[in-house]
Design a protein around this ligand. Structure first.
Ligand SMILES: NC(=O)N[C@@H](CC(=O)O)C(=O)O
Ligand SMILES: [Zn+2]
Ligand SMILES: [Zn+2]
Length: 432
């Protein structure tokens, strides 16, 4: 039997308690717990630290198989554990694409071998992400990886008939489609949010309506079919309005927002530094404000990183040639603290909701996003709310270093992460 007592932690930022963990399960919670006699107990001093359920990321790009020069399941797992994550969903846009049982089982097994975080593969909706023919969703769902989240992320399932069939299929499988909402006919050659700034910089525009039109269409389709829909990386205030309307009329829709769309806006583009290039693009400051409001009031359900590692040769180049995407796993909590906790939009209960509980519910994970309570799995992230740290891309666990927060001082730091009672990261070091 192995027992750990986490001393003086504040669950959800509330009163300090001791949390006793035995064989991966929370066995006692109370003040000044006396160690059980004769047992081998490890004491962890967590005075002043906030205890939250381990974070769940519905949107991570791990690049294995295919681009192991930028991220592997191993390096991405380290970044996840260091960021406080205990489960991540690895997107299907790998090479080969995760559109079959062989690839998704590889991703799942490799994640379990490393053991730092549960790596759940996302299955592709269409064969090769081509948007033409449905992939074998049922085979992936029944595989050892038990896929429940399907997405062509990187690309939109643009054909409404394919989308309808995919929704019908996933309804029968009790699964969910995560849509990268981008009407491709409205974003040909697009490089930046369509607006004054893109016009001044001479960059082809990616209009808000290209996202909003697909979200509206998919909400209508999901309602018609009675299926569930999840909207990836919501980036505009208009999308939040569509979601509000769809939820009010009973559509089974959920949505995520990225940390970068909460904090950054298109003013950043004036330097032409492709580190700020991302899909969907950074929008206007009023959009970012509307997204923070929508996350606070539950219109947007959760935060997802869209962690997108890219090699330096694919980022340190001319704007139009650069790949879109930003690292996110190790900075997400701090950006949520800066944009949501410090301004008073979310308390720590709210952080637990948007970083852990809602994403676990959306993906149907039974043992993640659970309350910090006796009998529950000890899947816990300890956060120092008073810490401040400076982001250095080169020091992050990812192979790639494309963080838009280089040199920024951010509030709040993950001090330790436990997955089913096992320490996976502590003081900036992953345990595997
Ligand atoms: N977000 C991005 O800018 N890029 C993602 C794809 C995606 O999420 O659409 C990637 O795979 O690099
Ligand atoms: Zn996407
Ligand atoms: Zn993505």
């Amino acid at each position: 039997m192995s027992t750990v007592v986490i001393r003086g932690a504040r669950p959800y930022g509330e009163d300090a308690v001791d949390i006793e963990v035995t064989d991966g399960v929370i066995t006692r919670i109370g003040r000044d717990l006396k160690a059980a006699k004769g047992s081998n107990v490890e004491i962890v001093d967590a005075t002043g630290l906030v205890a939250l359920p381990g974070f769940v990321d519905l949107h991570t790009h791990l690049r294995e198989p295919g681009r192991e020069d930028t991220e592997t399941i191993e390096t991405g797992s380290r970044a996840a554990a260091l960021g406080g994550y205990t489960a991540v969903f690895a997107m299907a846009n790998t090479d080969p694409v995760a559109d079959n049982a062989v690839v998704v089982e590889h991703v799942w097994r490799r994640g379990q071998e490393i053991g730092l975080v549960d790596v759940h593969p996302v299955g592709a909706v269409t064969v090769g992400l081509k948007g033409e023919k449905l992939a074998e969703l049922g085979t992936m769902a029944r595989s050892a990886a038990k896929v429940r989240l399907f997405s062509d992320d990187g690309l939109c399932v643009a054909d409404p008939l394919i989308m309808r069939r995919a929704l019908e299929y996933t309804k029968a499988l009790d699964a969910v489609i995560a849509q990268h909402a981008e009407e491709p006919r409205l974003t040909v050659g697009a490089q930046a949010h369509e607006g004054d700034l893109a016009a001044r910089l001479g960059l082809a525009g990616w209009p808000a309506v290209a996202e909003e039109a697909i979200v509206a269409r998919d909400c209508l389709l999901a309602k018609h079919v009675g299926a569930r829909l999840h909207v990836c990386h919501v980036s505009t205030g208009g999308t939040a309005e569509v979601l509000r309307w769809a939820k009010a009329r009973g559509t089974r829709v959920s949505a995520e927002v990225t940390p970068h769309h909460l904090l950054l806006d298109d003013e950043r583009l004036s330097t032409y530094d492709p580190v700020n290039k991302v899909n969907p693009p950074l929008r206007t400051a009023p959009d970012a404000k509307a997204l923070r409001q929508a996350l606070a009031d539950g219109t947007v359900d959760c935060v997802a990183t869209d962690h997108a590692p890219h090699a330096s040769q694919d980022k340190d180049c001319e704007w139009s040639a650069a790949r879109p995407g930003m690292l996110g796993l190790q900075t997400a909590l701090s950006i949520v603290v800066a944009t949501m906790v410090e301004p008073g939009l979310l308390d720590w209960r709210g952080v637990a909701r948007v970083m852990s509980e809602r994403p676990a519910e959306i993906a149907g994970l039974p043992d993640q996003g659970r309350p910090i309570a006796v009998g529950e799995p000890a899947t816990i992230t300890l956060v120092d709310p008073a810490a401040r740290w400076t982001v250095r891309g080169a020091e992050l666990a990812s192979i790639a270093a494309n963080t838009p927060y280089e040199g920024m001082e951010l509030p709040g730091a993950v001090v330790a992460t436990y997955l089913r009672g096992r320490l996976t990261a502590r003081d900036g070091k992953a345990t595997a």
